[in-house]
Design a protein around this ligand. Structure first.
Ligand code: UD1
Length: 420
């Protein structure tokens, strides 16, 4: 199995391009199920999760043509079944995103129920309750969610007890073809939800309020084809910027989205980084300094994202001072901590809080990636550790970071993919 070998100690310097956002690409690909016309999605990141979603659409009979620039043309007119089988869902929870579009467009769906995952139990009750409120009949049979509706879904007023990103996306997609008006309250405001809404609007959907906590959708009878580019990945961008800060270096990320990163940029400034930006680029210059520790508390957008929490634990682990990191979204998202302790970090976890005492230097060690964002923090830690770090189970990294060794390598990191 592939591993990443990283020799720490190099200050990162240079320019890197942001890839398309995985978490916007996945719902947008699912949204193509809402039209029978040809549709083209551009700027897809070359990632395992994207391949899984394309495989899922292909397994339903959709035509999928990918070009070398990761533009994909989809043809849903040939769809011959509405099933998302366990084999695919178990490798990617986001497969649940096909549920809303399938029920709304085809009146039925069988989607394997996603199980628990490494970062805790992740229920989909709010997705299901919302679809029921819109008139779908839902049952769980043999581990599958079986959903159906006679005729069209009906517009409804839906209040989310908890802010859920994919839950909002599933119901937003379902509502576009429903009969009448749907109002989603306490909806997720994440930029990826906004990107999905913009794609749906380009397909002819009537949506207002996306980017706020109340989204209003006037259902239409049909959506049409379009060509839509996926937004840049704010989490990948943020990870490169933390890499600059943690190594005392200077990195400019181009083709990115500045506004979507405000909470992260303000924490980087607090850590002592010089942050500058233009319309589609952000630069972090640490001018050779050691970062200062920062306190972090994760919450739904526009607050600090849970997907950047592990990277800031890494930053704090070599910072001046003590940083308190509170994880409010997922119950078991400190698994990177045990691995970082193996590298000499001083971190104490109690409940959902990690107290990170900055140390002068981490030491390279063999470590294991446990989930996508945890693995990013191990890469960052390895970049500043003395000696070699070998990261095992890097398939987690490959789910979310495109060409990670090429991109970090171009910034001067000593990083390679090895077999043993
Ligand atoms: C999405 C992102 C993930 C990110 C997360 C939070 C994608 C593909 N993934 O995951 O990278 O870390 O948002 O920003 O976009 N919950 C319920 N019931 C539900 C749904 C969610 O209780 O029906 C809870 C979850 O257990 C969690 C919280 O709500 O505690 C937020 O989860 P949610 O926003 O749904 O995460 P995902 O959409 O799965």
């Amino acid at each position: 199995m592939d591993k990443l070998l990283i020799t720490g100690g190099t200050r990162l310097n240079g320019v890197v391009r942001a890839s398309g956002a995985k978490n916007a690409a996945l719902p947008i690909l699912a949204a193509t199920l809402l039209t029978k016309e040809l549709i083209t999605i551009k700027n897809l990141p070359h990632l395992h999760d994207i391949t899984t979603m394309l495989e899922l659409l292909g397994s339903m009979g959709c035509g999928v043509v990918v070009d070398e620039k990761m533009s994909v043309q989809l043809d849903v007119s040939t769809l011959n079944n509405c099933e998302a089988p366990y084999e695919l869902v178990k490798t990617m929870r986001a497969s649940i995103l096909v549920l809303g579009p399938l029920v709304s467009h085809f009146g039925k769906a069988i989607v394997s129920l996603p199980g628990g995952c490494a970062i805790g139990s992740r229920p989909v009750d709010l997705h299901l309750r919302g679809l029921e409120a819109m008139g779908a009949t839902i049952s769980v049979e043999g581990g599958d969610i079986v959903a159906s509706v006679d005729g069209r879904l009906k517009g409804a007023r839906i209040f989310f007890d908890k802010v859920t990103v994919t839950g909002t996306e599933n119901l937003l997609m379902a509502a576009t073809l429903a009969d009448g008006q749907t109002i989603l309250e306490n909806a997720a405001r994440e930029p990826e939800v906004v990107d999905l809404a913009e794609c749906l609007i380009a397909m002819g959907a009537k949506i207002t309020g996306h980017g706020t906590d109340t989204i209003v959708i006037e259902g239409v009878e049909a959506l049409h084809g379009t060509s839509y580019p996926v937004m840049p990945d704010r989490i990948e961008t943020g990870t490169f910027l933390v890499a600059a800060a943690i190594t005392g270096g200077k990195v400019r990320v181009i083709d990115t989205n500045v506004k979507s990163l405000e909470a992260v940029l303000s924490k980087l400034e607090e850590a002592g980084a010089k942050v500058s930006s233009g319309e589609d680029w952000i630069e972090v210059d640490m001018e050779g300094r050691r970062p200062d520790a920062v306190n972090i508390s994760t919450a739904p957008y526009p607050a600090f994202p849970t997907d950047m929490q592990a990277q800031f634990v890494a930053l704090n682990s070599v910072a001046n001072g003590v940083g308190r990191v509170i994880e409010n979204i997922f119950e078991n998202r400190f698994m990177h901590v045990d691995e970082m302790l193996r590298m000499g970090a001083d971190i104490e976890v109690t409940g959902n809080t990690a107290i990170v005492r900055g140390c002068e230097r981490l030491k390279g060690a063999p470590v294991m990636a446990t989930d996508l964002r945890a693995s990013a923090s191990l890469v960052l830690s390895a970049l500043v550790a003395e000696g070699d770090t070998k990261i095992d189970r890097i398939y987690h990294i490959d789910r979310g970071y495109e060409c990670i060794e090429e991109k970090f390598g171009a910034l001067g990191a000593k990083i390679s993919r090895v077999l043993n």
